[in-house]
Design a protein around this ligand. Structure first.
Ligand code: HAM
Length: 415
């Protein structure tokens, strides 16, 4: 038997309603904040991610699904959404639209990860990007929206961690200090860290190797090196979050695994599950890096698979799959025609109706209606068709009543 690739999942009909629930609720919040949907290709030119996400990141160096297409072009399945969204922003001249542009997406992403709890190779993100504003109010609005989303799903034990990783000006000084610190023990770091030392020493702080993590203890923190502008920006973000009563923890250790980040970065971490549910930050240099005008931006992405895992565990009662409003059971040819006709009309009127399409006996039909948790049951034979009267059974209470066999009467009684 052919099996699905490692790190992927089938979302089956018995589960898809949970995904739909999360997506609908998230969409409601995103749209109330003025975000509009964007859809970008599943695959892009590899160079987009090398330049956008950064060629010294784990994502680019170790995790991308890259291949040559039949025209010998290097193509990569998107490992994240921001680079593609920014490419679309530039390519479609969106800079000329009223600014800022607020966009959301729900898209599958692909990373060749070590598969474990909450870490998949195909996973879905719900993301939001605000492109075209440098002001701290955008950071606050976005973090507040992320916070509302997490609250909406009643996820317990989630902490908001924030940090500022500065701009290229403050980072230059910081990187010097960091290199001095790491340089003393460089020979003990892993090979990947050694290769990142010259080009991007901050990446070393993101290394997942135990030994490197230990060596990083006591490393200088970027917060001590922020320039005045970055420092004021961060202070304003913190003050506004306090004002909005959004609790946060400053975590000077957050550097984030993607190179485009500047200034504010944040993560919503589930303490109970031990992983990040939602993460993001400012990326003021990315639009320019990818060929656009200097345009500041900020965004986040929420791991939908992780959200569903947690949500299922803690909020079992919250969501239910839809069940049929009505089952129409019939006996005989004439009643079958009538049932099909009624089902067709009722569905057109927005009622969820089931009727037999498998040639079941009456007994089997009733059993099926019960298994499907149908709310009402209508039984029709030739007599019911002729007299235009039929019995409607409330499957919850067992109560039966005689109703007129027409659309209006069924709608009125079966609700
Ligand atoms: P990221 O931190 O790489 O950021 O991913 C965001 C979220 O996606 C993570 O916090 C996690 O919930 C989920 N996620 C990441 N990798 C996996 C995986 N292998 N399996 C399951 N879930 C995963 C970004 O992708 C940025 N583009 C976010 C952003 C948008 N920053 C600015 N705008």
């Amino acid at each position: 038997m052919i099996q699905k690739p490692k790190g992927t999942k089938d979302i089956l009909p018995g589960d898809s309603y949970k995904w739909q629930y999360v997506e609908e609720k998230a969409k409601e919040i995103l749209e109330n904040y003025g975000f509009k949907e964007i859809r970008v290709p599943v695959f892009e030119q590899t160079e987009l991610f090398e330049r956008g996400v950064g060629d010294t990141t784990d994502v680019v160096q170790k995790e991308m699904y890259t291949f040559l297409d039949k025209g010998e072009r290097s193509i990569t399945l998107r490992p994240e959404g921001t680079a593609g969204v920014v490419r679309a922003y530039i390519e479609n001249g969106m800079a000329s639209l009223p600014s800022p542009i607020k966009m959301w997406y729900m898209m599958p992403m692909y990373r060749y990860e070590n598969v474990q709890k909450g870490r998949y190779r195909e996973f879905r993100q719900i993301g939001a990007e605000i492109i075209g504003t440098a002001s701290y109010e955008a950071d606050v609005e976005l973090i507040a929206m992320a916070n509302e989303t997490i609250k909406k799903f009643n996820i317990p034990g989630v902490t908001l961690n924030i940090n500022s990783i500065g701009c290229p000006t403050c980072r230059a000084k910081y990187q010097e200090a960091l290199k001095e610190f790491i340089g003393k023990n460089l020979d003990q770091y892993c090979d990947t860290c050694k290769t990142r030392f010259e080009k991007n020493p901050m990446r070393i702080l993101d290394c997942k190797e135990r030994k490197c993590k230990e060596l990083n203890q006591g490393a200088p923190v970027i917060l001590d090196y922020l320039c005045e502008e970055c420092s004021t920006h961060f202070e304003n973000v913190k003050k506004s979050l306090q004002f909005l009563n959004i609790p946060y923890v400053i975590d000077a250790g957050i550097v984030r695994g993607l190179d485009y980040y500047t200034k504010t970065v944040f993560e919503f971490v589930s303490e109970t599950e031990g992983y990040t549910v939602l993460a993001g930050g400012r990326y003021d240099g990315l639009v320019e890096e990818l060929g656009g005008q200097k345009t500041e931006a900020i965004g986040f992405a929420m791991g939908e698979d992780r959200l569903i895992d947690i949500f299922e565990k803690y909020a079992k009662e919250e969501i239910k799959d839809t069940t049929p409003d009505l089952y129409i059971a019939y006996i005989g040819e004439i009643a079958k025609q009538e049932s099909m006709n009624l089902a067709f009309e009722l569905r057109n009127r927005g009622i969820y109706v089931e009727t037999d399409i498998c040639g079941r006996s009456m007994k089997a039909s009733l059993k099926y209606a019960d298994k499907m948790n149908c709310r009402y049951l209508l039984v029709i034979g030739e007599e019911e068709v002729n007299t235009k009267q039929a019995k409607l059974k409330d499957m919850k209470t067992g109560e039966e009543k005689e109703i007129k066999l027409d659309i209006e009467s069924i709608i009125e009684n079966a609700k």
